[in-house]
Design a protein around this ligand. Sequence first.
Ligand SMILES: Cc1cc2nc3c(=O)[nH]c(=O)nc-3n(C[C@H](O)[C@H](O)[C@H](O)COP(=O)(O)OP(=O)(O)OC[C@H]3O[C@@H](n4cnc5c(N)ncnc54)[C@H](O)[C@@H]3O)c2cc1C
Ligand code: FES
Ligand code: FES
Length: 493
Amino acid sequence: MPRSTISFIRRGQRVDVSNIDPKTTLLDWLRLHERSTGTKEGCAEGDCGACTVVLARERDGKLVYEPVNSCIMLLGQVDGSEVITVEDLATSQGLHKVQRAMVENHGSQCGFCTPGIVMSLFALSHAGREIIDRSAINDALAGNLCRCTGYRPIVDAAIQACSDHSPDHFDARAEKTLELFKQFRSLEDVFVGDDDSFFAAPAAESSLAFLVQKYPDATLIAGATDVGLWITKGLAPIKKLIWLGRIRALAGVEETEATISIGAGVTHETAAPYLAAIDQDFSEIAGRFGSQQVRTSGTVVGNIANGSPIGDWPPCFLILDAELELRAGLATRTLPLEDFFIAYKKQNREPGEYLRRVILKKPGAHDHIRLFKITKRRDEDISAVMSAFRITVEEGLITQARIAFGGMAGTPKRAQSAEAAIIGLPIKDIATWRAGAEGLSADFSPLSDHRASAEYRMRVARNLIIKALAEMAGVPSSSTRIVGLREDAHVAP
Ligand SMILES: Cc1cc2nc3c(=O)[nH]c(=O)nc-3n(C[C@H](O)[C@H](O)[C@H](O)COP(=O)(O)OP(=O)(O)OC[C@H]3O[C@@H](n4cnc5c(N)ncnc54)[C@H](O)[C@@H]3O)c2cc1C
Ligand code: FES
Ligand code: FES
């Protein structure tokens, strides 16, 4: 029998919730049910961070503390973790060191953003880093907007709090919390609700495959960083939800000499070091994906499955000749990623089928990678144009080219005419770069929308081809980039 409650830890006690609308968000449960109103609602779409809370979870026998946006996280997704809110930080002994630092450094004025900022810094203070510099702090706070204080006092508070490595009351009871988690490690499936309306959280992949076939009209969620917005902003009348976040078989990254395989439950945060090892531009894109809160919830495979034409990872994976593994019931099939995206909002996925993993092929010794994300802000912004390049250069000639774009068509897509236009040409010849840029006209007719006009998209895409090839040919990246310089990675003269 599956467990019929969503179960988690609050303030050292197990909480069991049943009889709940499956699409209830964690924020609504905290504010409207538990009446813990310290956590605020600002945007209700994952952008402002006012609703940030921390989930403590067990990973490889250790406790990890991760910040999440409670406005777009569904209550069912906290099953098996401890939920920590701003009310839980101070004790009878006084404020938590993060709160104290915010007070002493004048990090709060109106205070609406403050609970979320405190929770992001609380997570950072538990990240186990010896040294936390301004860049790490800026990164940790990129998903927390403050409209009145200005960030300098907040960053000063963060430096003060995170330089203090003394244990807090969460460290003191870590063993006890891990002990409490043991009751959730069981292999029982979770099914809260009935056939018409439910939140299901299978523990085994066989149960997931069964449920997805039995309820092909259910919405599958991984991190819900997309689906959460359908609920809070689109007011989607979703009644059946299947969450794959408890399935260990889908939670891993496997690496061989030639491939990296990323399971459907793997978050951006977990995948980041593996992707960074492919090339330093992968590290740059991983660091600019949403915010820390989005990266600790959202998954790499979810970014593909949603079929968005402006998702960051699909173009980056298209150039690596990625493949998808899909499963329906007991049958699995493998598909080139390229064949998954059929048209706008139409993917090669049958009802009752789900994505198991994405398999990336590592670049070869003569391959050069460049990835460029074009947005209005550096942090926490969706691409207007996303571009990815893998160019093989042997003895000065381009022998193979993979170029892919997001934001240029109804799906993420390879630029096959641009690729063909440069194969066989010398990388160092400016005419080669121009040929690539010209080739693009046959590949795309982009649309205008609120992010960018069609003309802008085409011009920037052409310029990105020239930039990528110029960098590979040896033009110093100090003349092509503001951040992420990479002088060491050029084609040998
Ligand atoms: C504030 C904010 C910032 C963001 N920034 C970025 C950004 O910088 N770049 C970017 O590309 N995106 C961004 N996103 C979008 C989103 O975070 C990503 O697309 C994310 O990777 C989605 O993963 P998820 O696990 O949350 O997907 P979910 O929301 O759980 O699911 C998304 C879709 O995929 C389906 N799905 C999920 N897993 C599977 C599976 N295994 N098999 C079949 N279908 C599945 C779901 O049914 C749904 O249709 C942002 C979102 C927010 C809220
Ligand atoms: S309320 Fe703005 S991120 Fe949740
Ligand atoms: S202190 Fe006012 S929004 Fe941050």
